[in-house]
Design a protein around this ligand. Structure first.
Ligand SMILES: *Cc1c(COP(=O)(O)O)cnc(C)c1O
Length: 352
């Protein structure tokens, strides 16, 4: 071992590979579930104004302006129920750092968001994947109270499936678990239900949200956690002091106050999602009904990797995903109608 090696525990870690981010303009980009529409106009003007703001000063360490706006917009009991993060990935990092020690265990469903595993690996912790049952239901052993279990993640809606576990069931899961349950609601703005209300009922139920998807602000990096105030305070003590910068706080504060805009954009994307699901079904794909801004599609002929390559050669970027012991498929983000028409036409051509 040379002196510049990282900790030995990191030798076996699975690095998380984010979706490709090519230079703008080259591809129709349907691979990382960003919003194809720009953010609300009020967000852009708030940012323009902020550019002449106090950039020489450190930002508010707790992003209190945002916390107040979020509590108002989402009907939370108060700002002390909110913790702001540099993207929800920052929140996930804080949670793993705070709850899971070396050799202790976090649990996640499978297939789902792979980043949780990487966070456990960085911590020299263990992870355990519990396979979804047919129909994307969770088996009863998802709530097993193992001695070393410290944290459970549940993306809801899930990726890549876009499916939702009902809040009533999540409430039961939280009650049964001996540790915190993190419901990752990155896509909840597109879903018919969410777990925000349950946070008041369960001190071990935590909800994370992001501005990267429905709010159209992936470039800004802002996410947040909703949990009971005592826990928010504890977690605040282990985050980076200035984890959110001034401009992102301004943008997120303006964005969360634009719920009418959000409703409108989400309605538009859901309409496009429905057209996508229909077109893919007509082309014989098995399509999982989605409550997110992407669609998971599997074709009986397989050839998903080949389809991905063909689309990419034709300037359309989707996500090919292969889950060992489970299967593979194509995840397509909901774009504009025009982008989706182009993508569907190209898929049709592939199968001709
Ligand atoms: C996109 C995504 C996130 C990451 O959100 P950021 O706020 O951009 O860090 C978190 N969880 C899931 C399941 C996601 O798909």
């Amino acid at each position: 071992m040379t002196k510049i090696d990282l900790r030995p525990a990191l030798a076996k870690m699975l690095p998380y590979a984010p979706g490709e981010q090519p230079p703008p303009g080259k591809f129709i980009k349907l691979n990382t579930n960003e919003n194809p529409y720009p953010p609300a106009p009020a967000v852009v003007s708030a940012l323009q104004e902020a550019a002449t703001g106090p950039l020489n000063r450190y930002p508010d360490p707790m992003a209190n302006a945002f916390r107040r706006a979020a509590a108002d917009a989402l009907g939370l009991p108060g700002p002390e129920w909110v913790l702001a993060g540099n993207g929800s990935d920052d929140i996930l990092t804080i949670l793993v750092r705070g709850f899971v020690g070396e050799q202790e265990k976090l649990r996640l469903p499978y297939p789902s968001y792979i980043l949780y595993r990487t966070l456990a690996d960085i911590q020299a912790a263990n992870w355990e994947q519990i396979h979804f049952l047919d129909g994307w239901h969770l088996p009863t052993h998802f709530t097993n109270a193992d001695d070393d279990l410290r944290l459970v993640f549940l993306p809801n809606p899930n990726s890549p499936s876009g499916t939702v576990v009902a809040p009533e069931q999540i409430s039961e899961i939280a009650s049964a678990l001996p540790c915190p349950l993190v419901v990752d609601e990155a896509y909840a703005d597109f879903a018919d239900s969410n777990c925000l209300d349950l946070v008041q009922k369960h001190d071990n139920l935590l909800v994370t949200r992001t501005f990267s998807k429905a709010y159209g602000l992936a470039g800004i990096r802002f996410g947040f956690l909703v949990a009971q105030p005592a826990l928010i305070n504890r977690l605040a003590s282990i985050k980076d002091s200035y984890n959110c910068d001034y401009l992102s706080i301004v943008a997120a504060t303006a964005a969360i106050s634009q719920q009418d805009w959000l409703t409108e954009v989400v309605a538009k994307l859901k309409q496009t999602r429905q057209r996508m699901e229909q077109r893919l079904t007509e082309m014989d794909f098995h399509v999982t009904p989605s409550q997110a801004n992407f669609v998971w599609a599997q074709h009986p002929q397989g050839q998903h990797q080949e389809l991905y390559d063909f689309l990419k050669k034709n300037q359309i970027l989707v996500r090919y995903m292969d889950f060992p012991d489970w299967g593979d498929g194509i995840r397509i983000s909901v774009g504009t109608d025009q982008q989706i028409d182009a993508c569907m036409m190209m898929i049709e051509r592939f199968f001709q």
